[in-house]
Design a protein around this ligand. Structure first.
Ligand code: ADP
Ligand code: MG
Length: 256
């Protein structure tokens, strides 16, 4: 049975995609069978996994509209060691096309049920909004991983996300929980970041992952090579942190 996680935060540029592809690659490196689902029409997680979004014949769009199955539409990224259900601009139209259909927020969940035995982990990279696409992700998932920068406004944005997760939990998906907050792009030399990090721990306790992802230029360079940092330069500090995070996730799901 696969464990399904959304990587979500309604802010853009907070490290969702970086977290998704590096966690996927890290889990693959320790022998887990992983499917990465790109739910962002920008297709960054697709490109960052070595899959060209411009030449995809089938994508998550076809899966949401039930014109393809996950097995048909997912491709193996050989370099990265995990499967990719990719996205491109087509997906931007899905929002509108889904308005008319029944059980529109459960489309992804139903599609993933068919590959339940094929993967240990399904990681869903969400767009920076609380849209129908994100709702499909949240309805499919057992848990949410929230990457966040330790900055002043980070906590404010968290309230909206936590409320949305509570509503989805109450009305649509009883399995859903926040697995944890992941501190990313962390620079311990910045006092404010230390302070926000301490506040997070005081407030959310063991919902804050032990692993901290440092700001590391190799992680930012990797996407231009179509690779997660963990594959591009496994010895980089940021990559090592994501490998540690993959192990932490494996331990966490044993307790779920
Ligand atoms: P999101 O998916 O939330 O929009 P991204 O993962 O695309 O965010 O990250 C935003 C930018 O920050 C990208 O340019 C990415 O390469 C960079 N970045 C993400 N994490 C790190 C990190 N730990 N160190 C340095 N740069 C990072
Ligand atoms: Mg992104």
């Amino acid at each position: 049975m696969s464990k399904i996680f959304c990587i979500a935060n309604q802010k853009g540029g907070v490290g969702k995609t970086t977290t998704t592809v590096n966690l996927a690659a890290g889990l693959a490196k320790i022998g887990q069978r992983v499917l990465m689902v790109d739910l962002d029409p920008q297709g960054n997680a697709t490109m960052g996994s070595g899959v060209d979004k411009r030449t995809l014949s089938l994508s998550v769009y076809d899966v949401l509209l039930e014109s393809a199955s996950v097995r048909e539409a997912a491709v193996l990224s050989e370099k990265c060691g995990y499967h990719v259900l990719g996205a491109n601009r087509d997906l931007a139209g899905a929002e509108v096309e889904l308005v008319e259909v029944e059980r529109r927020e459960k489309r992804l969940k139903q599609a993933l049920a068919e590959v339940d035995a094929d993967f240990d982990f399904v990681l869903i990279d969400c767009p920076p909004s609380l849209s129908m696409l994100t709702l499909n992700g949240l309805c499919s998932a057992h848990g949410v991983i929230v990457p966040m920068q330790c900055e002043y406004f980070a906590l404010e944005g968290l309230t909206d996300l936590v409320n949305t997760i509570k509503q989805v939990h109450a009305n649509l998906n009883k399995d859903l929980q926040i697995i944890g907050l992941l501190r990313v792009m962390y620079d311990p030399r910045i006092t404010l970041q230390q302070q926000v990090s301490d506040q997070l721990k005081a407030h959310f306790a063991d919902k804050v992952f032990d692993t901290v992802i440092p700001r590391n230029v190799r992680l930012a360079e990797a996407p231009s090579y179509g690779l997660p940092g963990v594959v591009f330069d496994p010895s980089a500090r940021g990559s090592q942190a994501f490998l540690a995070f993959a192990s932490e996730m494996v331990q966490r799901i044993q307790r779920m």
